[in-house]
Write a protein that binds this ligand. Structure first.
Ligand code: FMN
Length: 391
């Protein structure tokens, strides 16, 4: 049992938006589509960010990007994350979202560690080129007008090439409404534990806009601890809610001072039947999102292990759920579960989702030689926007 802070943070203000609890669903490519965001929102409060959308694809109005920017009418505020490397294209994408009234909040992703992105100078490699970073953020913030424009970044490329403090100051000067830090370097990928002390340092450095902490929040208690240890103004929660949309209920309760937080246990402890119902609802919402039952049933497969983590569900049944191709089949399989099976406790909690080992970041040739963008890197950068897969 750990000691929790006695003071709760104030509601979080991001520009004109006021969030009743300082909690943000982290953008996750392939996960935080409108279906998953709606499900999480049904349990909690806060801000629920879309998966990242490439600004070039958006400007070109590709069918995929137009689908990804969709929100359900129940989603307010509407939040969209963009990824881009070219100031003009990012500004055009922001202008489009604002002019067409498609978002109430826009976030820019500077945290992607995926080699095929950093190899071209994109994602977490980009803030190293501070002038380019500043230009992207400035132009985007200007294009956003009254819509709050925020950024999300990592600590830097690796331990010897940290960028977050300078980038934080630059973003603050460029007019962002908040700054989120995933407290790992690109080299760390998702390995080890996030370095929350970096969040505290950023909070000391950036004083005029909220600083949001991100990395390794697996429970509401972790969220309160991050706020207490770092002084951050809010938390961004990613992998911890995979297969556990009710974590947002726990988070809301904890930030509202629920005394059960701190017992070391989740305050929402679903039976297997309740998990099955959430899984089913997720699948149904995905059918609405994709407008394609087969595609939705294929998409929900990746969530099976997360939802049923820790519950006694036979291997055959798990495998069948992970290969089902219709809602009827999913229903029939879920009916075979013991719906009264109680919450298994710690086995259902803790780490989930991507982990992995540290990697030497792939970068363009001689990228680290200078903090200024060299002409030789421009062509590669353009390609950085053609391949993407989240942060
Ligand atoms: C499957 C997956 C996809 C992700 N996609 C994005 C993304 O599109 N944009 C982004 O900024 N970060 C992305 N991230 C990073 C998360 O937003 C978050 O920073 C990271 O998972 C650390 O937070 P956590 O420890 O709470 O998971 C992704 C992470 C995962 C696991």
């Amino acid at each position: 049992m750990s000691t929790l802070p006695s003071t709760q943070p104030a509601p979080l203000r991001i520009g004109p938006l006021e969030l009743s609890v300082p909690v943000v669903l982290a953008p996750m490519a392939g996960i935080t589509n409108t279906a998953f965001r709606r499900l999480c929102r049904e349990y909690g409060a806060g801000l629920y960010v879309s998966e990242m959308i490439t600004s070039r694809a958006l400007v070109e109005r590709t069918p995929e990007s137009m689908r990804l920017i969709q929100h359900h009418e129940s989603e307010t505020p509407r939040s969209i994350q963009l990824y881009g490397v070219d100031p003009k294209t990012v500004a055009e994408a922001v202008t489009m979202l604002v002019a067409e009234d498609r978002a109430d909040h826009i976030d820019l992703n500077f945290g992607c560690p995926v080699p095929k992105v950093t190899r071209k100078g994109g994602g977490a490699a980009l803030p190293w080129k501070l002038g380019l970073f500043r230009e992207i953020v400035e132009r985007a913030a200007r294009a956003a007008g009254d819509i709050p424009l925020t950024i999300k970044m990592r600590k830097g490329i690796d331990a010897d090439h940290l960028t977050y403090l300078e980038a934080g100051r630059a973003a603050e000067g460029a007019g962002v409404a908040s700054i989120a830090l995933h407290a790992r370097t690109a080299a760390e990928f998702y390995s080890g534990t996030a370095d929350w002390s970096a969040i505290a340092k950023l909070k000391e450095t950036v004083t005029s806009v909220p600083v949001l902490g991100n990395g390794d929040i697996w429970s509401a208690e972790d969220a309160l601890r991050m706020v207490a240890e770092t002084g951050c103004d809010g938390v961004v929660v990613g992998r911890g809610c995979l297969g556990r949309p009710w974590l947002f209920g726990d988070l809301a309760a904890a930030f509202n001072g629920d005394p059960s937080t701190g017992s070391g246990q989740a305050s929402i402890q679903p039976t297997l039947g309740e998990v099955a119902q959430a899984f089913k609802r997720h699948a149904e919402l995905l059918v609405e999102f994709f407008d394609d039952e087969d595609r939705a049933c294929r998409d929900i497969r990746k969530h099976v292990a997360w939802y049923f983590k820790g519950y006694a569900v036979g291997g055959e049944l798990r495998a069948a759920l992970a290969t089902s191709s219709s809602l009827q089949q999913i229903d029939d399989l879920l009916a075979q579960l013991d719906w009264m099976q109680p919450y298994p406790g710690a086995d259902a909690e803790g780490q989930r989702g991507r982990a992995g080992t540290p990697k030497v970041p792939s970068l363009p040739d001689r990228w680290l030689d200078s903090r200024e963008l060299q002409e030789t890197h421009r062509a590669e950068l353009t390609e950085a926007e053609l391949s993407h897969s989240g942060g």
